[in-house]
Design a protein around this ligand. Sequence first.
Ligand code: GLU
Ligand code: MG
Length: 441
Amino acid sequence: MIGPAPEELVSLVTTDIAAITRGRSVAARDLEAAMDRGVGWVPANLALTPFDEIASPNPFGSAGDLRLIPDPAAKVRVTAIPDMSPLHFYHSDITSLDGRPWEGCVRSMLKAAVADLEAETGLRVVAAFEQEFQILGADWPAAPSFSLMAQRRADPFGPLLVAALREAGADPETFLPEYGRDQFEIVCGPAAALAAADRAVTIREVTRELAAQFGWRATFAPKTDPDGVGNGVHIHLSLADRDGRPVTFDPARPGRLSERAGAFAAGIVRHLPALTAITAPSVLSYMRLQPHHWAAAWTTLGEKDREATLRICPTSERPGHDPSRAFNMEFRAADATASPHLALALLIRAGLEGLRASLPQPPITRGDPADLTAADRAAQGIQRLPGSLHDALAALDADPVVKGWLSPTFLDCYLAMKRKEIEIVAGLDGHALCGRYAAVY
Ligand code: GLU
Ligand code: MG
């Protein structure tokens, strides 16, 4: 090769309200200066739909300038992907030119929610994102769900993915072939809320890039086929005190949830219809959130039950094993069209609201709500989650508490962007809708 060697690039990235990771890059040798001053960013980028058309009008228009400032603690550098330059990026915060957090920065919104929870209650959230995805374009022979055969067809994708994610600091825990066609799941270890949300993004980016090296597309879209299985993002949550001691477990109480964890859960369940507009925020999300799909369809707290929107997870029952550290709740009504930072920020806000009001723990639903009569569901306070993005946005608009956690400008932009997204995909049939989202996510 003639000429200078290629220079490694470092990208300063933000993952926005469309859950798309965007940014600008500098040469690695210029990183030190960029760590301090960041790179430029544009407010109206927040109004970009997943399909690149921008919502117009939006609160920002052509005016204004921002900075993307890298978080030194959120470095990702992966060299394990063959034939690619290192995948090197920093999760970054968006600030105004004077360095203050920008009101449209979802990462800063998560930091603020974490800080408020800790200041008011002394509690911290420990979280882990469990993510499902499907491989498109692999042309594999069919293989049974969960089978070793299904996993080995993909080799050496699994070993490379685990190596790349470990190098990326994402602490991969389990890689498995899932129930759906060419579907896999990757689970990472628990971490403080901000690190957990960063990891969710890192996992998506690394997985997609590695799959592309095999000539496939890895998609985290909530559905790839109207008749197929959904790809969920399950957000595991537990509470710890300031010293990191777990405080979610209390074997004497219903579902073994401590009083504080019960109040936290109650805040989430109370605001579920509005929260889905943030955690399941695409038109396609609602093809997944259907009863009988293990994907969450009702405002319920369940114990070891995969139809529940908030599921109390099992722990090891072996003698001599302390269940308190691993004990957690799983929020199942999320998918990869949601910003992990914003979704987690609002789950924490909802939990904090429950703690503030000392809400009683919701009853634990037994059995599938779809099998109850409407009267029984009403008696137990079980509502259907919104059935479409349109209805979810209406539920958000109708919940003054949830709206109160968002700045008016941010909310305006969010609603404008989501309404534009609805307009862009209006009229597509189920298959075309899946295709549109699979191409982006
Ligand atoms: N694929 C299901 C979903 O859409 C989840 C299956 C599971 O429990 O892992 O969320
Ligand atoms: Mg799964």
